[in-house]
Design a protein around this ligand. Structure first.
Ligand code: SAM
Length: 290
């Protein structure tokens, strides 16, 4: 029977063969548990017709499972040292392409257009480097790429913030930023023991399904996200106080109160109690009065 890359023994074998040393600065925590990988793939909606984009293939643990279960895999890896290793470990799979590039610099849309069939459903799947989880996910969802979903292993706390509901301690501007573009769900929490080396933090699998259009209509998206951030600037403060600090160059406290009145949103509430519709109403109303 075949020994998958995602096993402790095979991973150690590859590490020794190439005298590979992990780079903490690149977030290198490799998966050594095939069950966890199968869970990621199941929740990613991967099937034989699908295309997969992977960020950070490492030694190919997840890439191998994607190659088996999907039509084609394109993987972005920043660490030059891993390229010959991947060539070796993924030798048996003809449907994998590794691109040596920083994902934050990549033109993912062009890669999709040139590497996948037209109209092929594409899923982003990754065990992300934790030092840049948020920049990577925000880049991918903001670019409005032709992808169906993103299913990623990330820090448990960040996953909870992205999938949070109002009135919870994880709910904040990151929640709104992510849920404006996607439907977010934590599908599974995994122990540190499935990684080599083990990270310092707990991890979760987060599933983001791209929305066809945002759930609310906002007049100016940049202004909307800035205003949401302002409402969470000091979590213990009321909406009125946070907005007064944010708009101190433009509006007096009385003007803030009167604009708030027209929205029907109580200024003594805290940002964390507002849902996305209320943030949209707030931002559209302040925008009109600017
Ligand atoms: N997918 C492998 C696995 O699950 O075993 C490795 C996951 S490891 C958490 C993260 C991977 O992302 C590493 O291989 C690392 O070199 C790579 N990486 C880090 N920063 C990157 C970036 N900016 N662009 C592309 N890959 C990156």
């Amino acid at each position: 029977s075949k020994k998958y890359i995602a096993t402790p023994s095979r991973t150690k074998e590859i590490l020794n063969k190439y005298k590979f040393s992990f780079k903490k600065s690149l977030g290198q925590n490799f998966l050594v548990d095939v069950n966890v990988l199968e869970n990621i793939i199941k929740h990613a909606g991967i099937d034989e017709a699908a295309g997969a984009i992977e960020i950070g293939p490492g030694m190919g643990a997840l890439t191998e499972q994607l190659a088996i279960h999907s039509d084609k895999v394109v993987a972005f890896e920043i660490d030059q040292r891993l390229l010959p290793i991947l060539k070796d470990t993924l030798h048996d799979y003809s449907n994998v392409e590794v691109i040596h590039q920083d994902i934050l610099e990549a033109d993912v849309e062009t890669v999709i257009r040139t590497h996948f069939k037209p109209d092929q459903p594409i899923h982003v799947v990754a065990n992300l480097p934790y030092y840049i989880t948020t920049p990577i996910l925000m880049k991918l969802v903001r670019d409005r790429l032709p992808v169906t979903s993103l299913t990623v292993m990330i820090q448990k706390e960040v996953a909870e913030r992205m999938a949070a509901k109002p009135n919870s301690k994880s709910y904040g501007s990151l929640t709104i930023a992510v849920q404006y573009y996607t439907e977010a769900k934590v599908v599974m929490t995994v122990p540190k023991s499935v990684f080599m080396p083990q990270p310092n933090v707990d991890s979760s699998i987060l599933q983001l399904v791209i929305r066809e259009k945002p759930p609310v209509e906002v007049v100016d998206e940049d202004f909307f996200f800035e205003l949401v951030q302002a409402c969470f600037a000091q979590r213990r403060k009321t909406l009125r106080n946070n907005l007064t600090s944010f708009f101190k160059e433009q509006f007096t406290k009385e003007e803030i109160t009167s604009i708030l009145d027209t929205t029907g949103i109580d200024g003594s509430r805290r940002g964390e109690s507002l849902n996305m519709e209320e943030f949209a109403l707030l931002s559209n109303t302040f925008y009109k009065n600017k």
